[in-house]
Design a protein around this ligand. Structure first.
Ligand code: PLP
Length: 387
């Protein structure tokens, strides 16, 4: 038996080597602290869990959901968008529920890409942009995010001949892994390009609510005319500590939303209705949740910044996301510095190259670990630092 070429074409699992080392260290009885994964440690707020429990008992919720999502869920999305971004959406045409935003991102190229079409994906970036493209038969091209451009892509570095073949551009601000943000003026520029060259902008807004010091991330749909060319992906995972629940949504261009819905009717059948009702509860009470989690992340962010600054690293406090994108010291590659921290301090971080080749020169530290554990990790790094 042989697996299909499209599976063979998938890039090798970059963390296999690190995982092996971690398992080996654990087998030797070492206590490893994992700061590699972005998965909130804080539990889902109890009012959301309670709503799920109530709804789980109702027999009407035990049947197939609608592929578009419950009316009430889509209406809650519309209300939140109006309140949060001042953007009016049509719940029938411009909103679709997703089994986590990853699902929608992976399916988007199936809607828009013919074999051989180009898709631009932020590099470093969330790996699904490239992999979803490859699975659909498209060709991913890197959109480099460089420190000297504040991790915004240089939109004028591609010739017309490339833009003419591009079907989708994947963007993500606040950004994973670089923790960078984009001003609305950047979105205005890319919307203009999309209208000129007729491509779709897929903006991943998973970290819209995770921000600090008063910063509020914009939606690309705030740009005039954006809904003619853009869709935006959202996740309840990061805002509400609901990564395991699998619920998200996409909004924006009605043709793209309709096509995504069509792929989904043919592949999955939507999200368990009880989870969608819990999602309604969550979206109606965003502010309450943020009031509790943002101070926790702020403190953790400050701790990591202080630690690395005190060791001589050039690091500024990010305004959003729960990541720190730390430049590696001279003489190290990303992978070498990752191994150094693992060997010396028993702390796992993610090498920047795990997110694409333009991630070289950085590591990503996630602050979704209980504060005492994060403090211990920072203490160890400080104590074992020998440069
Ligand atoms: C976590 C994450 C997602 C996926 O979220 P789910 O809704 O849990 O699938 C999407 N994009 C980025 C950039 C993420 O970091």
């Amino acid at each position: 038996m042989e697996v299909a070429q499209r599976i063979k074409n998938l890039p090798p699992y970059l963390f296999a080597e690190i995982e092996k080392k971690v398992n080996q260290a654990r087998a030797e009885g070492k206590e490893i602290i994992d700061l590699g994964i972005g998965d909130p440690d804080i539990p889902t707020p109890s009012f959301i869990v309670e709503r799920l429990c109530e709804e789980a008992w109702r027999p009407e919720n035990h049947r197939y959901p609608s592929y578009q999502g419950l009316d009430a869920f889509r209406e809650a999305v519309v209300l939140w968008y109006k309140k949060r971004f001042g953007v009016e959406l049509d719940p029938e045409q411009e909103v679709v529920s997703l089994i986590g935003s990853k699902e929608g991102i992976a399916h988007l190229p199936w809607c828009l890409v013919n074999p051989g079409d180009l898709v631009l994906a932020s590099d470093p970036g969330y790996p699904v942009y490239k992999i979803g493209t490859m699975l659909a038969g498209g060709i991913p091209l890197e959109l480099p995010l460089l420190a000297e451009n504040d991790f915004l892509p240089d939109l004028y570095s591609f010739p017309d001949s490339i833009w003419e073949k591009v079907k989708i551009v994947f963007l993500n601000y606040p950004n994973n892994p670089t923790a960078s943000i984009a001003p609305l003026s950047f979105f205005e520029e890319i919307v203009e390009l999309a209208r000129r060259y007729d491509f779709v902008i897929a903006h991943d807004l998973a970290y819209s609510e995770i921000s600090y010091d008063g910063y509020r991330a914009p939606s690309i749909l705030e740009v005039e005319g954006a809904r003619e060319v853009a869709v935006e992906f959202h996740s309840l995972s990061k805002t509400f500590n609901m990564t395991g629940w699998r619920i998200g949504f996409a909004v924006g261009n009605e043709k793209v939303i309709e096509a995504l819905g069509r792929v989904k009717t043919n592949i999955d059948s939507g999200i368990f209705n009880a989870i969608q009702w819990a999602g309604v509860e969550a979206l109606n009470r965003v502010d309450e949740v943020l009031k509790n989690i943002i101070p926790v992340y702020t403190e953790r962010r400050n701790l990591v910044v202080e630690t690395f600054s005190s060791l001589g690293f050039d690091i500024t406090p990010p305004q959003a996301s729960f990541y720190l994108w730390v430049p590696v010291p001279p003489g190290f590659t990303s992978l070498e510095f990752t191994n150094y921290l693992l060997d010396k301090s028993q702390v796992v971080v993610t090498p920047g190259t795990g997110f694409g080749r333009y991630g070289e020169g950085f590591i990503r530290i996630s602050i979704t670990t209980p504060s005492p554990v994060l403090e211990k990790a920072m203490m160890r790094i400080k104590e074992t630092w020998d440069r």
